[in-house]
Each structure stands twice: as C-alpha cells, then as structure tokens.
Design a protein around this ligand. Structure first.
Ligand SMILES: Cc1cc2nc3c(=O)[nH]c(=O)nc-3n(C[C@H](O)[C@H](O)[C@H](O)COP(=O)(O)OP(=O)(O)OC[C@H]3O[C@@H](n4cnc5c(N)ncnc54)[C@H](O)[C@@H]3O)c2cc1C
Length: 484
C-alpha cells in the first residue's frame, strides 16, 4: 500500500493509466482484470482496507476478527468465482449442496440435490421435507414451473407478493420458503420485489443444476480473502492507495486526462472506473464536470433504496450444534452459521455462532441488549443446548445500507457501465447486471466495465464469465439469460 506521493512518483512514464475509485468487489475485479493486460492501474479506496461492504475487521470489544456479515455465494456466481480464480482465492471457499431447515422445537428438513436430472434434482428432498405440508409442496412445484420461463421483460411492474397470490401459494409456502429463502436472498419484503428477480433466484439456485445451486462460504475472514487481490495488484505493478477518499474529478479535454482530487492530494489518469455504491456515486456526481446524461444518472440514483441486514455474533463455552449452517423457520433470525466449524483455524475451546437477520428494518431499530437477548432466546428454540451453554461474549452488527432493493421497474434505474463522460466507466453492484445487490453483481459490473474500457482503449481483454449452462431437462425448458 502506498501514500499518494509515492504513488505519483512511482508511476513509469509510458502506457495508459487507469484509476479505479472504490476498493469493493466491483473495483477490485475491474482493477485486477485491467492490471492483467498491462494497464497501469491505481486503485483508490476511502477506507484503510479493501473489500467494501464485504470485509472483516478486528472488533475491539471482543478482540476477535469478524466479518461485517456472513457472505454466501453460489455456484452460479461465475464472475465472482472468475475473480477469485484470478487472485488465487478460489480454494478458500467451503462448498455445500445441502440446506438444513429447522423448525422451532428442533425438527429438521433438508433441501438439496439428488441424481435426478435438472430441474427435478431437488424434488425428492422437497417432497420428504417435514417443514412443508402436501399443499405447500404442490404450491411450490406449481410456482417453480411457472417461473422457469419468466424473463426480465415479463411482468416488469408486478410485485412478488401479488404474483404469489395469483399463483395460489399457501401460507406455509409463503412464510417458510418465499419470505425466508427468497426475500432473504434478495434482502427485501415480498411486497417490494420484482417478479423476474425472484424467478432468477429460483432458476439459478434450485432449477438450473446442482452445481449452480451449491452454496459457498469463505473459510477465512473476508478481508483475508480480498488481501489476495491487493497481492495480485502489486505483482502486476498496480498501485493501491488506501485512506484516499476521492472528492472530485475534472476532465482536461485537450490533454485527454482526468484529474482525481483526493483528501490527500491529486493525481492524473487517462481512464477512470468509478466503482462506488449508488449513494457515494450520487455524492461524487456533483463534483464532476457537467455532461449530457449526468442528470439522468442522478435521477436513476435517486430511485434506489437501501435495505438493512443485521448479524449477531455469539461466543459460547461449548458447541450448541454439530451443524455448520441452517435456515431457521418462523422466527426473526433467519440464518445460523457455525463459524467455529466453518473456520476451524480459529481453534476455539467453545463455539462461535453468527445469526443473520435479512431485510430487518424492525430488528435494526432494536437497542443492542434487546436485539442480542431476542436472538439468544430464538436460538435456544432451535438448539436447546444453548440453554446450558455460557455466553462468553456477543457483538451486534447493524448494516443499515447493506443492499439496494429490486422493486418492479428497478432496471430502468440501473445504468450500464458506459458513463456520460469521456474515458470514464461505471461499476458497482447497482449497475444493470440483471443480478440483485450481491458480490456477483459487483464482480459482473467490474468485468463488464474493464472489457468496455479495454475495447475502447484498443486492448484485447476478455474477463467476463458467461453464465453456467443449465443441465438436464433445463437445457430445453429455460430461456438463456442474456448477457448485458
Ligand atoms: C451485511 C451485508 C450482508 C451481505 N450479504 C451478502 C451475501 O451473503 N452474498 C452476497 O453476494 N452479497 C452480500 N451482500 C452484498 C455485497 O456485500 C455487495 O453487493 C457487494 O460487496 C458490493 O460491492 P461493490 O464493490 O459494488 O460496493 P462496495 O462494497 O460498497 O465498495 C465500494 C467501495 O468504495 C469506497 N468508497 C466510497 N466512497 C468513496 C470515495 N469517495 N473515494 C474512494 N472510495 C470510496 C467504499 O469505502 C467501498 O470500499 C451483503 C452486504 C452486506 C452489507
């Protein structure tokens, strides 16, 4: 990592420079792809570490390294996985194909693949799941079938809650599947989710193939995972400037160069990739030159809304379950991750459990003690051993600007990577990738932006990873999802 002065002084005189603003997954994936084909890349990040909304830190209150929240990925996250392969981090992901659902009281059901061809591979376990009645299962099968062919152009104005009513979903199917699995994957209420986004999650996670639906979790803290990106950049002669909040951008037309003003000084660049979340892009926009289309971009940004995610981190003096992770039904906490088992290098004497509440506006408003007490009480309903265990320490993390929502017609407010300014490209999870607010959307935007910049600058650059092909019968049933 370098200071701004070292960064300016160390840049050799030849070859086009690209400045990537924002060190989240979008910025890192764009920077690494560009550095690999010999652009002189400089990555500027406001904070003292890379990772953005997917990062970890030493929590001073408990003296433990924790993620800002458990992040999961799936086999269908082709661009995120391509980025991990590029930086040498792909082998740090723990994969599982089974999802254990637990009812209060402890009764378990397991969803997961069988040898049947897609999309039937998940059917045997769904049919034997105690969590759903026969009517729930029939309703889910009907809805899955209807969602096979739904594309992004279908029903752009319909809310998922309405679609579920039209497709006669039972209360059990809504509460235990749609609200829990789908609304939590999209981190929003059923009332504010556009149907094509729900259909995309259903197809990718449950129908296209067992490979696409496999779930991955990092076996190291997120910042350690993304430290591989910093190493990759250094090995490719790129520069990383931390604690470098960008405050304004100006364009010198005759020289064909951008000047980037940071809190600690200025640097120039031939090209820029702005890889910021929508709200930070909105703040920077007013400190950028006037351009035709900038107002449209500002209007698009104004249409986005944040959704919170909370996580409760608990350290006990003993194990309370042998499960590595589980979906918890009918309560406010949704997901349990047994971090001690997922990250065995922690060598704990007891256990470290992380509980996640998605789309948790009510939970996010609770005071710390109350939120932790509620999470503990709910946990004990699923894992009775919690009652005998001693809680040694606890942390509540509230991320109130975790993700953006995907309400009907949101795609109209998601710009492409091409910006209204010359030599400047956009990236970030909110770019129009067709994916919800995820690390995959961020990596897609980074790769699309790097490819567009490379093509404009006359460098051959292919980093965008295509979608996985559906398997089995899904090869004939599904529409191929378009590359944007
Ligand atoms: C609690 C939580 C749980 C989540 N769970 C999941 C999950 O399970 N799976 C999943 O796929 N996704 C999950 N997400 C979403 C995922 O983290 C984001 O979609 C993704 O990380 C966004 O990456 P990004 O690069 O687009 O933006 P960011 O990660 O926000 O990166 C932007 C970077 O720009 C920097 N920056 C801002 N302003 C400036 C400036 N002026 N100058 C320089 N730098 C600046 C920021 O500090 C930040 O590092 C979760 C998010 C949160 C918060």
């Amino acid at each position: 990592m370098q200071t701004l002065r070292e960064l300016v002084a160390s840049n050799p005189a030849s070859g086009p420079t690209v400045t990537v603003i924002g060190g989240g997954v979008a910025g890192m994936s764009a920077a690494c792809a560009l550095a690999e084909v010999d652009f002189r890349v400089q990555l500027i990040e406001r904070r003292g570490y890379l990772g953005g909304r997917a990062s970890s830190y030493l929590h001073p209150g408990v003296n433990e390294v924790i993620d800002n929240c458990q992040h999961v990925l799936f086999g269908c996250c082709t661009n995120l996985l391509g980025f991990y392969r590029r930086i040498g981090a792909a082998d740090r992901i723990h994969w599982t194909s089974e999802m254990t659902m637990i009812e209060p009281g402890g009764r378990r059901s397991t969803l997961g693949p069988s040898p049947l061809p897609a999309p039937l591979h998940g059917l045997p376990k769904l049919l034997s799941a105690h969590a759903f009645t026969i009517a729930d299962k029939a309703a889910l099968a009907r809805a899955f079938k209807a969602m096979i062919k739904l594309g992004t152009a279908d029903d752009p104005g319909e809310k998922l809650s309405n679609w579920l009513r039209r497709h006669k979903q039972t209360t059990g199917a809504i509460e235990r599947f749609w609200r829990l699995v789908i609304a939590s994957a999209l981190n929003a209420d059923l009332d504010t989710i556009a149907v094509p986004y729900a259909a995309k999650v259903i197809r990718e996670l449950f129908m296209n193939s067992a490979e696409a639906g496999a779930m991955g979790m990092s076996s190291v803290p997120l910042s350690e995972l993304y430290a591989s990106a910093a190493e990759f950049l250094t090995q490719h002669n790129a520069k990383v400037l931390l604690n470098g909040k960008v405050e304004s951008l100006s364009w010198d037309g005759p020289a064909g160069k951008w000047t980037i003003e940071t809190r600690t000084g200025a640097l120039t660049s031939d090209y820029v990739v702005v890889a910021l979340p929508f709200e930070a892009m909105g703040k920077l926009l007013v400190h950028m030159p006037a351009a035709k289309g900038a107002e449209t971009l500002a209007n698009q940004i104004a249409q986005h809304q944040h959704w919170p995610i909370c996580s409760v981190h608990l350290w006990f003096d003993r194990e309370i379950t042998e499960l590595k992770h589980a979906v918890l039904l009918d309560r406010e906490i949704h997901w349990m991750y047994n971090k001690g088992l997922l990250q065995p290098w922690r060598k704990l004497n007891g256990s470290y459990i992380e509980l996640v509440q998605s789309a948790s506006r009510r939970f996010a408003a609770l005071p710390r003690e109350q939120a932790i007490a509620q999470a503990l009480a709910e946990l004990a309903e699923f894992f009775p051993a919690t009652k005998d265990a001693r809680l040694e320490k606890a942390v509540l993390v509230k991320e109130v600007t975790a993700t953006f929502g995907v309400p009907p017609r949101i795609d109209e407010a998601r710009p492409s990577v091409k910006s209204p300014w010359p030599n400047l490209y956009l990236a970030g999870d909110w770019i129009n990738t067709g994916w919800p607010s995820t690390m995959e959307s961020a990596a897609r935007s980074g790769h699309l932006s790097a490819e567009a910049l490379g093509a404009y600058a006359g460098k051959s650059l292919q980093c965008f990873e295509p979608d996985l092909k559906p398997h089995g019968l899904m090869r004939f049933l599904s529409q191929s999802s378009a590359r944007r």
